[in-house]
Design a protein around this ligand. Structure first.
Ligand SMILES: [Ca+2]
Length: 540
């Protein structure tokens, strides 16, 4: 096929373009004028590749020797084939005498340099066939052909500078044909007409094997997992799709990656906050949730050591900073800054509910009712003995109205009576409501003490030990009735305090309550409302 047919040829010189060109026949001396744009007098480059009608031949023509087109000036005719062809022949049909010297150059790819193909410097026939010459593959492959017309063929009579003689020397070519077969690198069996981006009709390969391009010279987009290769009779050398795990449809071929892994597909523009050559992991500063979604860490830039969180989305916080995102001070810390948070140093015993916590801006600790100070480290005036066990923190001073200021005295201790009844009654006794001793029994086998109420009067166990100043009782009591054990351990905690929260009845004013405690002689616990019957207290 003629790959040049209908294709545009660029000529560096054409008659009648800059001005009308007068020219004359070499032998008959009949003169005419060439005017570009005049349908009857023009000889544009498009006449080189139009349909060659032998009845009415059209031709391209240059200016004449009058216009100094002779050596060292040259005229180039450039034919861009639009894609690669395997060239079998190039044929030029001259209307003028064949030049004394001309050359053919070619490009074997769109971005290669011009390389010489053939030189001609002999006179002879007006047409020429190059034939099929078995040379290197890319040698006969061409994407563009250039004819360089170097030197006109004259009879030597131009030396007299006779205008009619000079006007009879010019280049004129009727037809420029290029025999070629569509070259598709083995990835197509035929070529089809196609319109290029510039709107030009041309032949392109009908590519297979996931290849693309006019010559199937590259892989289709997203088929870059292996390098493009020319197909051979033994191997299709298909282009392979990239593996982007469904998170991208774009990739490029990465030679380094291919050398390392055998897969060169390097994905780009991963969606869903993904990254990695296969979009296989989450972007920086994201983590993969259990459902596979990549979620931004959103670590606070000031409070976090790093913007990258762990696999659970937890950020790594600076000292004193807390929260999943490290966006606030931890309890007992304040003054959030890029340095972290500073400790408030709230005292445990003075802090509300013994949970040290402070205002995150001022660092002022939240104190119990009777406690004060930036760090809740001291009792309010009129209170003493800061104590973790005391929900108000400090105890009001009680000096029978003689002073409102006091301090903790030494020589007092906490006593926690505990009875196991392993070997004896351990000093426990029993008394009646009126204070009369009542006999009790110790049962070593079951390790209990027991008492019977002889009358309607209530009977109480009496614990050993000294009279408490104020007491907290944590007895384990287990009641049995007529030998039928309830078999349920119950723990009772009572605090003797005037505050309404403790529900003592009748309610007393603080002063009265303290006065009462200061004169405490006994604490009686009634474990049943039934005055008669047997009751036992024993260790668990
Ligand atoms: Ca023609």
């Amino acid at each position: 096929m003629n790959a040049a047919f209908g294709r545009r040829v660029r000529a560096t010189n054409t008659c009648g373009v800059t001005k009308p060109t007068n020219f004359c026949g070499l032998t008959d001396k009949i003169c005419d004028v060439c005017i570009d744009g005049d349908p009857y007098r023009q000889h544009p480059p498009s006449y080189l590749t139009d349909f060659n009608n032998f009845e009415n031949e059209t031709w391209w023509q240059s200016e004449t020797m009058m216009d100094d087109i002779q050596y060292p000036s040259v005229v180039n005719l450039t034919l861009d084939l639009g894609k690669a062809f395997d060239i079998t022949y190039i044929r030029l049909k001259f209307k003028s005498p064949r030049p004394e010297s001309f050359a053919i150059y070619k490009k074997y790819s769109a971005d290669s340099d011009w390389v010489p193909y053939q030189y001609y410097s002999t006179t002879g026939e007006d047409s020429l066939t190059l034939g099929t010459v078995p040379v290197l593959q890319h040698w006969v492959t061409a994407t563009a052909i250039r004819i360089t017309l170097n030197r006109l063929n004259t009879f030597g009579d131009e030396v007299f500078r006779d205008p009619r003689v000079l006007q009879s020397y010019y280049y004129a070519i009727t037809d420029f044909a290029v025999g070629g077969t569509c070259k598709c690198n083995g990835h197509a069996s035929n070529c089809v007409p196609s319109t290029s981006e510039s709107g030009e009709e041309r032949l392109v390969c009908q590519c297979q094997h996931n290849t693309a391009g006019a010559d199937c010279q590259r892989c289709l987009p997203f088929y870059n997992d292996v390098p493009w290769r020319r197909a051979t009779p033994d191997e299709a050398s298909e282009c392979q799709a990239c593996n982007c795990n469904g998170y991208s449809n774009r990739c490029f071929f990465d030679q380094e990656l291919y050398d390392k892994t055998g897969h060169g597909g390097h994905c780009t523009d991963c969606i869903a906050n993904r990254a990695g050559v296969n979009c296989e992991r989450c972007q920086e500063n994201h983590y993969e949730r259990e459902d596979g979604y990549c979620i931004p860490c959103d670590c606070h830039p000031e409070g976090s050591r790093s913007l990258q969180c762990n696999i659970n989305g937890k950020c790594s916080c600076k000292p004193g900073v807390g929260g999943e995102k490290c966006d606030r001070c931890e309890a007992n810390f304040f003054d959030f800054s890029s340095q972290g948070c500073r400790p408030c140093n709230c005292h445990v015993a003075g802090s509300l509910a013994n949970q040290p916590s402070c205002d995150p801006d001022t660092g002022v600790c939240s104190c119990k009712a009777n406690v004060e100070g930036q760090t809740c480290d001291r009792c309010k005036p009129g209170f003493f003995s800061i104590d973790e066990q005391n929900q108000f923190g400090c105890t009001p001073c009680f000096c029978f109205g003689h002073s409102s200021i006091c301090d903790a005295a030494t020589g007092y201790s906490e006593v926690v009576p505990q009875s196991e009844f392993v070997r004896s009654d351990e000093g426990w006794t029993a008394v009646s409501y009126s204070g009369q001793p009542v006999s009790h029994a110790y049962r070593p086998l079951v390790q209990v003490i027991a008492v019977s109420s002889p009358s309607q009067e209530a009977v109480y166990f009496s614990a050993p030990g000294e009279r408490p100043r104020w007491a907290q009782l944590d007895p384990w009591l287990r009641a049995t009735d007529s030998g039928l054990a309830l078999q349920r351990n119950q723990e009772f905690t009572f605090r003797l305090h005037e505050h309404a929260d403790f529900g003592w009845s009748p309610r007393l004013r603080a002063r009265d309550f303290i006065a009462l405690l200061s004169n405490l002689t006994a604490i009686k616990i009634r474990a049943t409302y039934t005055p008669e019957g047997k009751r036992r207290v024993h260790a668990p």
